[in-house]
Design a protein around this ligand. Structure first.
Ligand code: FAD
Length: 213
């Protein structure tokens, strides 16, 4: 299986960095092919703007979603985006490895989605290529993240509300929207409050999931 890990953490020695390395080693040992998009190391441009469209269809009014379609048709896609699109096409599974920031992706990872999941590539509004007809049908996606808060804060009774609401947003409105199948997520809740032994148990749990992915 071809696996792309889109990894967003600014510190290599972080827990997320460890999870990313563990996934690479485990998948490789299991005989899978792995590529990593290490967004901070790549200095990934996070903001979708006019610079992304060197051959604008409409130079008066900037409409990103229409310009994306036009750029796909003209083959006028910037190299950094094209390289990520090629990795997406290559991958059978994409793992998103990140810390939860403001109950969401870090901005650099959201920017990867904004700039790579183009209209005309990952979905096509005009041709209703969405969900069951999404262009990325047949591929799988998996969230793997850490939080600062313990699990009980992300429940219906807790102050943040149930984490499954967030998961549904990612799985349905992002992965399934483009046709991908969402695998069950992996999360380590509140690792900073855990003992070293508890964190090791979580890392072993992650390795087992990745082995059987
Ligand atoms: C801008 C911002 C917004 C945030 N918003 C939210 C939010 O909305 N909700 C929320 O819950 N949290 C939030 N946080 C907290 C954030 O989610 C956590 O700090 C993050 O998930 C922890 O992951 P990390 O990889 O940075 O962990 P690290 O800080 O690297 O590590 C966490 C713990 O694990 C230990 N550790 C690191 N590596 C290993 C290893 N290899 N083996 C064993 N132990 C290890 C560390 O010593 C530390 O105790 C936010 C943080 C920021 C900066």
């Amino acid at each position: 299986m071809n696996v792309l890990i889109v990894y967003a953490h600014p510190e290599r020695e972080s827990l997320n960095g460890t999870l990313k390395d563990l996934a690479v080693d485990t998948l490789t040992d299991e005989g899978h092919q792995v590529q990593v998009s290490d967004l901070y190391s790549m200095k990934w441009k996070a903001v979708l703007d006019e610079e992304d469209f060197p051959e604008r269809m409409n130079k008066e009014l900037f409409n990103p979603i229409l310009e994306q379609l036009n750029a796909v048709k003209k083959g006028a896609i910037p190299q950094d985006i094209k390289e990520e699109m090629d990795k997406v096409l290559w991958a059978d599974l994409i793992i998103f490895q990140f810390p939860i920031w403001w109950s969401n992706f870090p901005a650099i990872l959201k920017g990867w989605v904004d700039r790579v999941f183009y209209n005309g590539f990952a979905f096509n509004l005009a041709e209703m290529q969405l969900y069951g007809n999404g262009p990325l049908k047949g591929k799988k996606a998996m969230l793997s993240f850490t939080t600062g808060a313990p699990r009980e804060l992300y429940t219906d009774e807790g102050p943040h509300g149930e984490i499954e609401v967030l998961i549904k947003y990612f799985n349905h409105l992002l992965f399934e929207f483009v046709g991908m199948e969402a695998l069950p997520y992996f999360a380590i809740f509140g690792p900073g409050d855990m003992t070293e032994e508890e964190r090791e148990v979580e890392l072993d749990r992650f390795q087992e999931i990745i082995k059987n992915v």
